[in-house]
Design a protein around this ligand. Structure first.
Ligand code: ZN
Length: 75
């Protein structure tokens, strides 16, 4: 890998780091919209991918709605 490519990759990292501001991300259930989601990977062991468990509707799956507090407030 050339130095230019390395530098380009480093810039990409910087840019994405700047974009990822320390806003708090809320995780919502994709089925009922509840915020009562729990990570259930500790139930299954450390080899399985992360899964979410909804305490309200019983949804279990790898997909959850991630909403920034900032954009949520803006509507
Ligand atoms: Zn739910």
């Amino acid at each position: 890998m050339g130095f230019a490519a390395l530098l380009k990759g480093f810039r990409e990292v910087l840019r994405s780091a700047r974009r990822a501001r320390p806003t708090k991300t809320r995780v919502l259930c994709p089925r009922c919209g509840s915020e009562e989601l729990k990570l259930s990977n500790w139930l299954d062991g450390w080899l399985t991918p992360t899964r979410y468990y909804c305490q309200r509707c019983g949804y279990v799956g790898p997909i959850a709605l991630e909403v920034d507090e900032e954009s949520a407030q803006r509507g």
